[in-house]
Design a binder for this molecule. Sequence first.
Ligand code: NAP
Length: 248
Amino acid sequence: MTTQSGNRYALVTGASRGIGRAVALKLASQGFSVIINYVSNSEAAQKTLDDILAQGGQAELLRFDVGDAQATAEALAQWRTQHEGEYISVVVNNAGVRKDNLMLWMTQQEWAKVLATSLDGFYNVTQPLLKDMLVKKWGRVVNVASLSGVKGMPGQVNYSAAKGGLIAATKALAQEVAKKRVTVNAVAPGFIKSDMTADLNEAELKKLVPAGRFGEAEEVAELVAFLVSDAAAYITGEVISINGGIYT
Ligand code: NAP
């Protein structure tokens, strides 16, 4: 893969586990120096780091809560002072949480936490990184949305709203920055095996999937890696479903 020369830094939020971890490993294998963000699970984040180093890649940890605007700004500012002259050219907004409940019983906390992580997190992380991408005239933003944000899922009004908002933000931002060779896309996974889906009844739910199975985090990582590559330079403002054939 060819992009601009020098160290190419890719920030993956929520890279300690699941899809983010798989994306971090994949981007590292493609030569990116990966910034592994996480919020609480230091052990899992360290494991992602160790695995990248073991495969000969470059990575570092950067802990912050993407839903906390101040903490995010401080962490990114600190990274910048520690990496003078460098910039983060790729951001994968992957951090997310589920707090499912029927709207009738949904608490304000359940609503706010999910919106803060997926939607505020997108703003908090992307906004400070955008300027460098525009000035350097090369950047990639990939937002991990969801099937839920495309079609809406009962029991997930909060999550559908967060992911639907993320999809609309993707389309809007893509148009703002396209001239500067910065692309902004979303991926919309269906059911992917991870801690987030560990409580679901896989045997029942896989019957809804034409492919007859849940997806693997590594399959999502392949798609993200393509969108980040130079080969995908003319794809922007898109939402690419990766769900085993569920019609959206
Ligand atoms: P996961 O296994 O539960 O992992 C979630 C990751 O996000 C962890 O690394 C976690 O860090 C991090 N995280 C959570 N809140 C954070 C915060 N406030 N700040 C920073 N990091 C935070 O989830 P996953 O299944 O890989 O999901 C990844 C993304 O894909 C999410 O956005 C999710 O909505 C989306 N998605 C997943 C599926 C699926 O079927 N799995 C389907 C569609 C979309 P810690 O380890 O520190 O807690």
